[in-house]
Ligand binder design. Structure first.
Ligand SMILES: Cc1cc2nc3c(=O)[nH]c(=O)nc-3n(C[C@H](O)[C@H](O)[C@H](O)COP(=O)(O)OP(=O)(O)OC[C@H]3O[C@@H](n4cnc5c(N)ncnc54)[C@H](O)[C@@H]3O)c2cc1C
Length: 381
């Protein structure tokens, strides 16, 4: 069964935009993907090309951005996820832009948003540390007042876009006695920044073309104008406010990856023969495909509703967490079944489903683990 990949939220303009995205992917992303997978990052040029084509931070309003909405963002994420193109983490980049848009001062927006939209500067957000991830309040990175500014000390790990980042939002403790109210976010401009150091590009199971790095801050001095929003102690609340947006992105990419894996598998099982017949004709294969098609179709209804709710400004954190939880878990199930139907070829990295399999695993961990999603959902019951 060929699924029609129609979205309830799409329209002719978005379809046209999708064509632009696909053209960009064909011309600029696919040809360099293998090299980027070996190198561990896509390089700055691709980011700039994406910016020039108008693909970055599409839902940032004018005068800084193109003034689209989340649907434009979703189109880019979907088309990359469907092809297992993970090198350019455009979602983290956009999330950084949203922190500036929603919580930054006018001067901060003015200074940084155009650079993110153009791709001149790659954005990253640094919360996780070697000693803590899920428990954000356990972070140890400190920002201590020195004169009118601050000095940041600490280390971060697993930071997406970390190697290429020109702008890092760093979560640090400004008052260790205050729990959640003691966290603040600092805008660190990494160019010419004494004390800032990027560690290794980490060797991951999947997401091979994407740079995930350690970051070190040794007496990094920042001015008061680098404190996001200009007020101390707001970090935790700033992070919480943007959660529905971030979690839905993972739901959206999960479903698009499932669709991509399903389509590739359908094509493969119709071609591949065993015992004198296409493997598509075995009842087991047909049942597996039927299960996948059902899961994708049901998921599409839910994710599309979440996209519409987000655009309308009414998606709550618990529902977005369901999208992240269900999407990432379903992606794991579907991609695993696809690898099985590919047999040995499914284990070979030159095949899409093999790459999708290792890429899928992280979806249940980053952006809040499945267990944390269940906590959030359970709290809202
Ligand atoms: C490829 C990649 C990219 C990433 N990108 C970023 C990034 O850009 N920025 C950033 O800041 N971080 C990033 N992370 C970090 C990621 O968000 C964390 O790894 C994740 O939040 C989990 O934290 P942890 O690794 O410390 O695991 P832990 O918090 O130590 O959790 C270990 C296990 O314990 C479980 N657990 C923890 N608390 C509870 C609880 N209360 N109840 C039940 N179970 C619990 C978890 O679910 C998990 O199974 C990235 C990670 C990876 C691998």
């Amino acid at each position: 069964m060929a699924l029609t990949f129609r979205r309830s939220w799409s329209d002719p303009d978005l379809d046209q935009y999708r064509d632009t995205v696909v053209r960009f992917i064909d011309e600029h992303m696919l040809p360099g993907d293998e090299a980027a997978r070996h190198r561990g990052h896509v390089g700055h040029e691709l980011w700039r090309q994406a910016g020039q084509t108008g693909l970055l931070c599409t839902d940032i309003p004018e005068p800084w951005g193109a003034g689209g909405d989340f649907r434009h963002e979703a189109v880019l994420y979907e088309e990359m996820a469907r092809r297992s193109l993970t090198g350019m983490n455009a979602s983290v980049h956009t999330i950084v832009a949203h922190y500036l848009l929603n919580h930054g001062t006018d001067a901060q927006r003015q200074r940084y948003l155009p650079r993110l939209v153009s791709g001149e500067c790659v954005g990253a957000i640094a919360m996780t540390e070697p000693g803590t991830g899920s428990d954000l309040q356990g972070i140890r990175t400190r920002a201590e007042r020195r004169g009118t500014g601050y000095v940041i000390n600490g280390s971060k790990t697993f930071i997406s876009n970390g190697f290429l980042a020109g702008l890092v939002l760093v979560v640090a403790k400004t008052d260790p006695t205050q729990g959640a109210r003691g966290l603040s976010i600092f805008i660190v401009d990494t160019a010419d920044c004494p004390g800032y150091r990027v560690g290794r590009v980490l060797d991951k199971m999947g997401l091979k073309a994407q740079d995930t790095s350690e970051l070190f801050f040794d007496d990094v001095a920042v001015g008061p104008e680098q404190l996001l929003g200009g007020r101390e102690g707001q970090g935790f609340f700033q992070l919480m406010a943007d959660l529905p947006y971030e979690r839905l992105i993972i739901g959206v990419t999960a479903l698009a990856a499932m669709e991509g894996a399903y389509q590739a598998t359908l094509d493969y099982v119709r071609e591949r023969k065993a015992f004198g017949q296409p493997i598509a004709d075995f009842q087991n294969t047909r049942f597996k495909l039927a299960e996948m098609a059902t899961e994708i179709t049901v998921g599409r209804a839910f994710i599309d509703r979440c996209v519409e709710d987000l655009v309308a400004g009414r998606l709550d954190t618990a529902t977005a967490s369901m999208a992240k939880l269900w999407g990432s878990e379903a992606q794991g199930r579907v991609v695993d079944a696809c690898v099985q139907l590919f047999g040995g070829y499914g284990y070979m990295n030159e095949y899409l489903v093999a790459r999708m399999y290792t890429d899928a695993r992280i979806q249940r961990i980053y952006g809040g683990t499945s267990e944390i999603m269940k906590e959030v959902i359970a709290r809202a019951l």
